[in-house]
Design a protein around this ligand. Sequence first.
Ligand SMILES: Nc1nc2c(c(=O)[nH]1)N[C@H]1C(S)=C(S)[C@@H](COP(=O)(O)O)O[C@H]1N2
Ligand SMILES: [Mo]
Length: 254
Amino acid sequence: MTAKLSREPDPTLEELAREPARRPAVLRAMARRRFLQQAGAGATVLAFGGIYTIAEDGLFARAKAETRADGRPRVPPGQQVITKLRPMGGEPGDTSKSKYRLRIHGEVSNELDLGFRDLLKITQVTRASDVHCVTGWTVLGAKWTGVQLQTLAKRAGVKDTARFVIFEAAHGYTANVPLADALADEVMVAHKLDGAPLTTEHGAPMRAVVPDLYFWKSAKWLTGIRFVRRDESGYWERRGYSNRGDPWTEDRYS
Ligand SMILES: Nc1nc2c(c(=O)[nH]1)N[C@H]1C(S)=C(S)[C@@H](COP(=O)(O)O)O[C@H]1N2
Ligand SMILES: [Mo]
């Protein structure tokens, strides 16, 4: 079941009577639509294979009408706004902060191996960013706290030869991102979401956040950032998701 708020008018009962084959699907869609309309602000609905709180109608409508500073619409095409990040699974790594290591390597002049406390000593930023999951949900203004990737890139002395960033995570999960996308202001390694330490399901103790690409690029349980000359498909990119994952062109599958 999807929670698209369709604007198509419901067919009349006469129309349905003429097309019995369509009836069950149409009735289900009508019921769903009514449910979502009646449900309204803050309602809990079953969608995307889970239980969600649908964003208030007003909030969703407002966001749909908003334009970002870069001129793109705030909500990318085909996305439904929900109020809270949905845990999307994956195999967690070691969540202990004391044992945590982040390796920054590849095309750099100064390889780094940072512990959790080392990362806390580097300039912290908090950014409210919208995130967009390829399965169709969007969360507006998730507040991430951590260290910008640009800061880490500077410290490591990224070479001119670097063109892509490979985020490396526990159990071999990787995600590839073009260097230009990775150096955007809002891209970071984050240890807090909405002011609270990351939970295990959201990638504790540290995850990547690349909000302007589909959320699979935001590796949880992050263990490394590798700068490379040549692109390398990551975990989902090898399994049919597109290489870049731009939500505004609905670049979902390859
Ligand atoms: N290490 C790791 N990171 C991962 C994944 C994963 O399976 N393993 N899944 C990705 C996918 S497909 C999505 S949609 C987001 C989901 O993040 P969330 O569970 O915090 O919502 O994490 C991404 N990062
Ligand atoms: Mo995903």
